[in-house]
Design a protein around this ligand. Sequence first.
Ligand code: NAD
Ligand code: MG
Length: 331
Amino acid sequence: MNDGNSISRRQIVGSAGITLAAAAAPAFAQAATEPPAAQPLQDPRTKYPQPPFPEQSQPWPGLAGKMEPRPDHGETSYRGSGRLAGRKALITGGDSGMGRAAAIAFAREGADVAINYLPDEEPDAKEVVGLIEAEGRVARAIPGDLRDEQFCQELVAEAVRALGGLDILVNNAARQQTNPSILDISTEQFDWTMKTNIYAPFWIIKAALPHLRPGSVIIGTTSVQATDPSADLYDYAQTKAATTNYVRSLAKQLAPKGIRVNGVAPGPIWTPLQVSGGATQEKLVSFGSMTPLGRPGQPAELGSIYVQLAASDASYATGQVYGAAGGGGQP
Ligand code: NAD
Ligand code: MG
């Protein structure tokens, strides 16, 4: 029996007397479980690879499976405890990075999961589908380009059909390209970033809203770039400010409908986005070294944050942005 239960029982016996204590006893007996085995402490500075990293470059959008070292999305480490049992989730960019970490964690917490990704990312997506199905959950892979409004509508419709509804929407996909000067960004590139990062969540949320009942949640992946933009991410950084902003606006708008809206703001995380044009080679080699923890985060270190924001026991948290930046950043 854990500490919480023994304290409650003492309080009940003390305050309500023998009759209530006797009535409560069978419930306590039922709740008793084996205490979990003690886990060794892990030093967050040395838990995962530290810079320097090997130089590497992939064509956009990149594959997690081709990164060196391979990112950890919680494939072997995430353990669930039924926190999202019966939930139905749609995650964009669910093939790799934070989206894959959320997909694995959601499935292990008992949710059925649909993921969206680009057709070039099929090898990564196949792995995620296998991991979701290994938990005995429904997995649905829905490839397609989010810059197309009609596809965004079809994506939501297909996820609802395949899962039998929708309770959790994670707008996580994004486009990020480093450019030293604003003069290097063509109108086409600027539009690509805006369509992926701002328009797609707008279209997807509009399509999803009629399906979301009270208790449902929307989560947006924003960034430390929302509040501390880098010089070389002029277009991307402003989309992340927009993401943080839509989370806060929509949380107020949807609270009267019982729908919560929150954000996750990562710092430097080891994902394909960074090795497929998102960062310079110079930045990649020393990636994460500027954070107080001295290394980049791994997607696995954020999976539990998405779970926490989606879980119904976080019912008073809406309009919040949860940072994970290795000690830097103020979301
Ligand atoms: P990632 O490359 O693993 O994920 C991004 C995903 O976006 C891709 O897997 C791809 O499926 C999807 N995507 C991009 N353009 C698309 C399009 N047009 N249509 C459909 N899908 C498209 O990288 P990640 O770092 O895990 O990115 C996930 C989120 O995290 C993004 O919102 C990103 O802005 C945010 N983020 C990342 C970092 C970091 O350092 N990696 C830091 C802060 C925020
Ligand atoms: Mg990917």
